[in-house]
Write a protein that binds this ligand. Structure first.
Ligand code: OOG
Ligand code: MG
Length: 265
């Protein structure tokens, strides 16, 4: 494909994904009409898409999210490699605030560990040990994903372009200094309407959430970007995502980090 044709396709992909998010409707996989979409172009579309939402909502990029960092999620979505996306400030749900399901397409909830970095991280070559040193604190978190693709059916590059299905996120204000924690061994209990739906440990994230942060620093370096100190990073779903509907209450409990509940209306 010539670069002009690729630029036109990128514009088309961007407007398709923006319209689907704004109008709350599903679209077909980009790969159906654009199988050659590559990773670099997909991350470039993601960045433009996020900046368009940020401009519309007069908000800011508030952090970074990892996706597909657990075996559970990689199997659920049939994509075997991690991805990253950007968090949008206006999409944060305050603790105790209900989530209106009607504002979304087909949302699912995921239990996550959120961290805040305490040092700059610049790849390539960042090791898990260096990343671990750069984790300042950790909190209990939940992401609400809402793929713009029909039935959450997407390819690796599709989901990158769609800002990794990011929709809403909620992070407990209770932050625990990382030096008091071994993130790998923190037990996780995920409940819906009072029933346990899944359990996990921090090590579900690539063996150690610090490995996830190192992966992120090295992947962002491929795009000429680094992670400044003070960045909020959602490290990815620890278990399968579950569908949520009005009336549901989902709850994540993580050892030492406490509990976070979300009521859907
Ligand atoms: C992609 C986003 C995955 C996670 O935490 O693994 C993600 C999807 O499953 O739609 O956010
Ligand atoms: Mg997630």
């Amino acid at each position: 494909m010539t670069s002009v044709a690729a630029a036109n396709k990128a514009d088309w992909a961007l407007s398709t994904l923006k319209a689907a998010a704004d109008g709350r409707f599903e679209v077909e996989s980009l790969a159906d009409t654009w199988p050659e979409l590559d990773e670099r172009t997909a991350y470039a579309i993601q960045k433009r898409l996020v900046l368009a939402h940020v401009k519309d909502e007069a908000t800011h990029i508030s952090g970074i999210k990892l996706g597909l960092t657990s075996v559970a999620k990689q199997k659920q979505m049939s994509v075997g490699e991690p991805i990253y996306g950007l968090l949008i400030g206006s999409r944060m749900i305050d603790e105790g605030e209900p989530l209106a399901i009607s504002s979304l397409i087909h949302p699912k909830a995921e239990p996550e560990i959120a961290i805040v970095t305490s040092r700059d991280l610049q790849g390539p070559g960042v090791t898990a040990d260096q990343a671990r040193e750069a984790i300042g604190s950790a909190s209990c978190a939940m992401e609400i994903i809402d793929s713009r693709y029909k039935n959450f059916r997407f390819t690796f590059t599709d989901v990158i372009a769609d800002n990794t299905s990011a929709s809403r996120h909620t992070i407990s204000a209770f932050r625990v200094p990382a030096k008091e924690l071994d993130l790998r061994t923190l037990g996780v209990v995920f409940e819906k309407n009072g029933e346990v739906v899944s359990t996990a440990a921090g090590a579900a994230i690539l063996g150690d959430p610090a490995e996830g942060l190192a992966w992120l620093a090295n992947k962002m370096a491929e795009h000429g970007e680094s992670i400044p100190a003070g960045t909020v990073v959602m490290t990815g779903a620890l278990t399968d995502a579950i569908s949520i509907a009005p009336g549901d209450i989902v709850r994540v409990s993580i050892a030492q980090l406490g509990t976070l509940s979300l009521r859907c209306v």
